[in-house]
Design a protein around this ligand. Structure first.
Ligand SMILES: [Zn+2]
Length: 424
């Protein structure tokens, strides 16, 4: 059995407690031991990594992954991409996530029916590098909802499948499940950056939502939803949705409802896209009305998310990376957005990026913490991510990336330089 000994590290263990000095032994796919006294762990047969005080922390979890989103500007870019190219690009994105320290990813929708599914299967089979992946189907939307790009004279595909009425939603949900999706996605509210659907509107009926939830439940699958408007959040909670994304316009009643199901439900703000639209889009690049929607969204998130934190609602990172303004690979930026906008301190934001993410993956009992017996999904970080969360954005600061005990990356040059410096 492969053994790996991280010696002399500071362990930030994912619980939210401060980091502490320790040695950590990995055996097979698990953390075998964490010793706060140096030199206690048997190093025989182990590859010893002298960290010289670097931080060892749980691998990050992308909680709103779109591995098949290809950094396009328009929703139709996804529909226009042929499946062959699209599969290769999705494989590239999966690898990119792992390269950036994400050892798990929970999908918030796939751009085509089987993209997440084939990539997940290939990763699980060891044929492709990538994070542990929970696959989702495409977004199920109603006529005129977010993702419906068709026109009367012209069929246009985007990232969604259109269903009207409970029967059609049921059929699409079952189709996703039959093809192997771990979850389905319902677009309950509209959005602020497309031709159709506008910010405060809730366009999917409770009958339709309930039909999707029932079909998914029958097959023991999860349900994710796109909900910007307050009413859409309420419908999602009332109908039993598990993962409710965006939620920035949640009012008092919506917050109360979320709190009432906080043991079961996860929320994700997808804040990266709002930040990028408001602060990084060139002047005039976004139409004035749409731009206003983004401004209001970011303001609303800055009000509603501190409230959710106070109420103990579990929030995961994942900022809708995979669009032109939020390219894949920048996913860890979300952690600093949580600190800047949503009222989290760095340690709390890091818990969202690790422990809560693992719980969303259904792995809360064995991942998301550096703990004896847990899966060895680990990052060795050059620096202190609690003092500066931005460190995690930079792949060159991730000295080691370990997934399930398997070393994906180990930067021996950095370790050697550190050893020389320590000796001087
Ligand atoms: Zn999304």
């Amino acid at each position: 059995m492969a053994r790996l000994l991280f010696r002399d590290c500071r362990v930030w263990d994912g619980s939210g407690s401060p980091a502490y000095p320790a040695d950590v032994l990995v055996e097979g796919d698990r953390v075998r031991a964490v010793a706060t006294q140096r030199g206690q762990l048997e190093s025989a047969g182990a590859e010893v990594i002298e960290t010289k005080g670097m931080t060892l922390m749980p691998g990050m979890v992308e909680g709103h992954a779109h591995i098949s989103f290809i950094n396009g500007a328009r929703p139709t870019d996804l529909g226009d991409t042929p499946p062959e190219e699209h599969t290769l690009l999705s494989a590239r994105n999966a690898r990119m996530l792992l390269d950036h320290g994400f050892t798990s990813a929970y999908s918030a929708a796939s751009a085509k029916l089987r993209l997440d599914i084939v990539i997940r299967n290939a990763i699980d089979a060891g044929d492709l590098p990538g994070p542990r992946l929970r696959a989702c189907g495409p977004e199920i939307t109603v006529t005129g909802g977010l993702g419906d790009e068709r026109r009367p004279h012209q069929f246009r595909d985007s990232f969604a499948m259109v269903a009207d009425g409970p029967l059609e939603v049921t059929k699409l949900a079952r189709l996703c499940v039959r093809e192997g999706a771990d979850s389905i996605k319902l677009n309950i509210s509209g959005d602020d950056h497309t031709r159709t659907g506008s910010l405060p509107r809730t366009v999917m009926s409770e009958d339709e939502i309930r039909a999707g939830v029932t079909a998914a439940r029958d097959f023991h699958r999860m349900v994710n939803a796109h909900c910007r408007a307050a009413e859409s959040v309420k419908r999602a909670v009332r109908c039993g949705v598990d993962v409710i994304y965006h939620c920035e316009h949640a009012d008092e009643e919506a917050l109360d409802l979320l709190e009432s199901v906080k043991e079961r439900v996860f929320v994700g703000p997808a804040i990266g896209l709002l930040h990028a639209a408001v602060h990084e889009a060139p002047e005039g690049a976004i139409q004035t009305g749409i731009r206003r929607g983004y401004d209001l969204g970011l303001e609303a998130a800055s009000r509603s998310y501190p409230e959710m934190k106070k109420r103990g609602i579990r929030v995961v990172i994942g900022g809708d990376y995979g669009f032109a303004r939020t390219p894949q690979g920048e996913n860890a930026r979300d952690i600093s957005h949580f600190v800047r906008y949503l009222g989290y301190n760095p340690g709390e934001a890091l818990v969202c990026a690790t422990r809560y993410g693992a719980e969303l993956m259904g792995l809360g009992h064995e991942a998301g913490l550096v703990r004896e017996g847990f899966l060895a999904d680990l990052l060795l970080v050059d620096g202190d991510p609690v003092a500066d969360v931005d460190i995690l954005r930079h792949a060159n600061r991730l000295v080691a990336i370990v997934k399930g005990g398997a070393v994906w990356k180990l930067d021996r040059d950095v370790l050697a330089r550190r050893a020389v410096r320590a000796a001087e």
